[in-house]
Design a protein around this ligand. Structure first.
Ligand SMILES: *Cc1c(COP(=O)(O)O)cnc(C)c1O
Length: 376
């Protein structure tokens, strides 16, 4: 699905130099490279504060702790996403409220969001799924009207731009009160281990978050709040500092592959290609979808057969996601009705994600698309 080896071979020298710098100074934890990377990412995202942490799941948890969410508070998120989002809500004894998604963008459905709001609702967690930013115009408007926090789960869309209805642009993850991301190796900006970060423009919240990631300490050995230990280590920061300048070109490479796929599948009535909301087409200049995944919907009932057929032909592919969160054993709840999730329930049967990464070559794309078109 990804080609981390191919990508590494092109940046070997820069990455190795970065790692060697850490080894030579032995500043493994909170070393200068962590601060350098933090500053670089703040500049890239045009956000006041980046708080590095150990992984994207911690980032979500720490963001929710920092906002002071308490047991029983309802937090709304999408039914069709990776479990980390709902996992931390449950872990903090908050009440997860899952809502259906749009069939076009796979992101949180705005009407479903509106219907899910109750007097107990405290926060909305939009997930910018597969690299496309959720409808933040609508989500921010709803949050403002109901006095709710917005936590953007930006693990899959780092580098994406969101263009508001009034024409202003912001980087994904910097729109809500707080945004989170993951630097898991296969993410669009991946390190060579685990890593994550939290973003915010709120000075007070940033201060709180910096304490929480470090055992609730604001002064050494004085623990003001209950915190956690969640650090980005210096070696990972070195890798990320070396890769951040390449992020835009990585996004561009992914968009190029997506454009190729889209054209190849355009005339097949059994295949729905991903919708790109902000600009309609996958344009060369805007960055509204950064294709963490390239996900098709197979509408003739043969998705599972295609999955097997591709594997037999040595074409990696994956079903993201095979089970709706509301149907997962850990997250079932009496409040849910199957009729609340028509889109997710359909998507889990039709979606299939194709190889998507920065190193896809034309002959690979040709082989993949031809194999699919011959079968579907
Ligand atoms: C990867 C991912 C996470 C979790 O990130 P980790 O670094 O693996 O903890 C959270 N949310 C989404 C949407 C993800 O894709």
């Amino acid at each position: 699905m990804v080609d981390l080896q191919g990508q590494y071979s092109k940046i070997k020298n820069t990455v190795t130099n970065s790692i060697e710098e850490v080894l030579n100074t032995s500043a493994y934890i909170n070393g200068p490279l962590v601060h350098d990377f933090q500053a670089d990412l703040e500049k890239y995202l045009d956000v006041k504060h980046v708080i590095p942490c150990a992984n994207g799941t911690d980032a979500l948890q720490i963001a929710m702790m920092g906002l002071g969410l308490e047991q029983g508070d309802e937090v709304i998120t999408a039914d069709f996403t990776f479990a980390a989002t709902v996992e931390v809500i449950a872990l903090l004894k908050l009440t997860p409220v899952l809502v259906d998604v749009e069939a076009t963008t796979f992101n949180m459905d705005i009407e479903a969001l509106k219907k899910a709001i109750t007097p107990k609702t405290k926060a909305i967690v939009p997930v910018h799924l597969f690299g496309q930013v959720a409808n933040m115009d609508a989500i921010m408007e709803i949050a403002k009207a109901h006095n709710l926090y917005v936590i953007e789960d930006n693990a899959q869309a780092i580098g994406a731009d969101y263009t508001f209805k009034n024409g202003t642009k912001k980087k994904a993850g910097t729109i809500g009160n707080v945004g989170t991301t993951s630097f898991f190796p296969s993410k669009n900006l991946g390190c060579y281990g685990d890593g994550g970060a939290i973003f915010t423009n709120d000075d007070e919240l940033a201060h709180t978050l910096r304490g929480i990631v470090n055992h609730g300490m604001y002064t050494r050995y004085y623990h003001d709040v209950v915190g956690v230990n969640s650090r980005l280590d210096s070696i990972q920061a070195g890798v990320l500092k070396a890769k951040l300048p390449l992020l835009d070109s990585y996004c561009e490479a992914r968009r190029n592959a997506a454009r190729y796929y889209n054209q190849a599948f355009a005339n097949n009535s059994n295949i729905i290609t991903p919708t790109t909301k902000s600009c309609g087409a996958i344009c060369a200049t805007c960055n509204c979808h950064v294709f963490h995944q390239y996900t098709l919907q197979i509408t003739n009932g043969k998705r599972d057969e295609l999955h097997k057929h591709l594997l037999e032909n040595n074409i990696p592919n994956a079903i993201y996601y095979p089970v709706a969160l509301h149907a997962q054993k850990a997250y079932q709840d009496e409040r849910y009705n199957e009729s609340d999730f028509p889109v997710t329930n359909q998507l889990i049967q039709t979606v299939i994600s194709l190889p998507m990464h920065t190193e896809l070559e034309k002959d690979q794309l040709t082989f993949i698309t031809k194999t699919i078109l011959d079968f579907v």
